[in-house]
Design a protein around this ligand. Structure first.
Ligand SMILES: NC(=O)c1ccc[n+]([C@@H]2O[C@H](COP(=O)([O-])OP(=O)(O)OC[C@H]3O[C@@H](n4cnc5c(N)ncnc54)[C@H](OP(=O)(O)O)[C@@H]3O)[C@@H](O)[C@H]2O)c1
Length: 337
């Protein structure tokens, strides 16, 4: 059995983009387990947009200290256990960190049911920060009705691709906003959205007016900034604007640009509501059951974008922030050569 853990740590706090030199790859000897501890071989590491917000010294969400292992969520398998609660071979999910082996307490991990989907799906369609987030934002906040127009930004990414499909299952007309012609084609041809807007080459406001002349009933926002303003300018009466995230703002959280078009909310009797998935724990079981059902019957497509090798973790984060990923981005935590 291997005795070395490889891990990605925060080498320095980024100013602006989180580039590869902000991270370090370190190795350490694995110690013998203490009573109660569990050792997990990490298989897949979730690349989440919110990780960027955790690299600041203070502020939004949790923070990582310089020298800390990046505390990302992952899935893996128990390979050693000094806890009566866990057996070798069990598949688990938790904040395993960007590393090849996680040594955790018995309450730091949760079992995943591989009958519902393969390990990677438990970060993707069945993952908290992906499928469950999409489900909660659509079902608990946006609540699209059949025939309503539902628009989602970051539409080809992990959360957006699933949010749009759930709205479609619920009978809405779905328009996705993403960067580049390939992603626009993917939204319509692979995910079954009704329309797509390529924000890198098209004027979002103009396209929304063309595609939704009666206005947007629900806007599910993952991006913020100019795209949020273009959407607000085009909301219908009694629209619901769901603030899931604002990736366009994460590289400089000290200068977040707020929406200048917010008075449309007053004019059109609409509301804007943010949410964080952990406030909706009571929805997890139902969301997981429905998402698993849709995966099983083929009504939900769950694209995954998997990079091979732990050492590519920094590259993966840069890839996401430059819009490289299609679907849920993760790193397969194979050790560096
Ligand atoms: N509220 C919650 O509880 C919760 C939980 C999880 C995630 N989230 C939020 O959900 C959103 C999506 O997260 P994810 O992890 O699934 O990421 P993702 O959508 O898989 O990847 C992010 C995508 O955002 C787009 N993007 C990056 N920089 C951008 C910019 N400056 N302007 C416009 N688009 C940009 C890129 O696609 P393009 O090619 O289209 O640009 C990129 O692929 C994030 O805002 C995240 O913070 C919220």
């Amino acid at each position: 059995m291997t005795t070395i853990n490889h891990r990605v740590t925060l080498a320095r706090r980024p100013t602006g983009e989180a580039t590869a030199d902000c991270f370090a790859l370190e190795s350490e000897q694995l110690a013998k387990l203490e009573a109660g501890q569990v050792r997990v071989k990490v298989e897949y590491i979730s690349i989440d947009a919110a990780l960027r917000t955790m690299l600041y010294g203070e502020g939004y969400h949790r923070q990582f200290g310089v020298g800390d292992t990046i505390g990302s969520t992952g899935v893996g398998r128990v390979i050693d256990s000094a806890s009566p609660e866990w057996e070798v071979g069990q598949a688990v999910r938790g904040r395993l960190g960007a590393q090849t082996f996680a040594t955790v307490g018995p309450k730091d991990i949760a079992a995943v049911d591989e009958n519902l989907g393969p390990l990677s799906a438990h970060l993707g369609a069945l993952g908290g920060t992906t499928g469950l987030t999409a489900w909660i934002g659509v079902r608990n906040i946006g609540k699209p009705l059949p025939g309503e127009t539902f628009v989602v930004s970051g539409a080809a990414g992990g959360v957006g691709s699933i949010a749009g499909q759930i709205a479609k299952i619920d009978g809405a007309r779905v328009i996705g906003i993403a960067g580049g012609p390939e992603k626009a084609t993917f939204l319509v041809d692979t995910l079954g959205f009704d329309e797509a807007i390529d924000y890198k080459h098209e004027d979002v406001g103009e396209r929304l007016r063309e595609l939704a002349p009666d206005g947007l009933n629900v806007f599910f926002d993952n991006v913020g900034g100019d795209i949020l303003d273009a959407a607000l300018d085009n909301i219908a009466l009694r629209a619901r604007v769901v603030i899931c995230g604002a990736i366009s703002q994460y590289d400089d959280m000290s200068a977040v640009t707020g929406p200048s078009m917010y008075l449309r909310l007053a004019e059109r009797q609409s509301r804007m509501e943010g949410f964080a998935l952990f406030h909706f724990k009571e929805s997890y079981a139902q969301a997981t059951a429905e998402l698993a059902g849709w995966l099983a019957d083929g009504s939900l497509v769950s694209p995954e974008d998997i990079m091979e090798g732990l050492e590519r973790f920094p590259e993966a984060l840069e890839f996401m922030f430059s819009g490289g990923n299609v679907g849920k981005l993760m790193v397969h935590a194979t050790p560096p050569a």
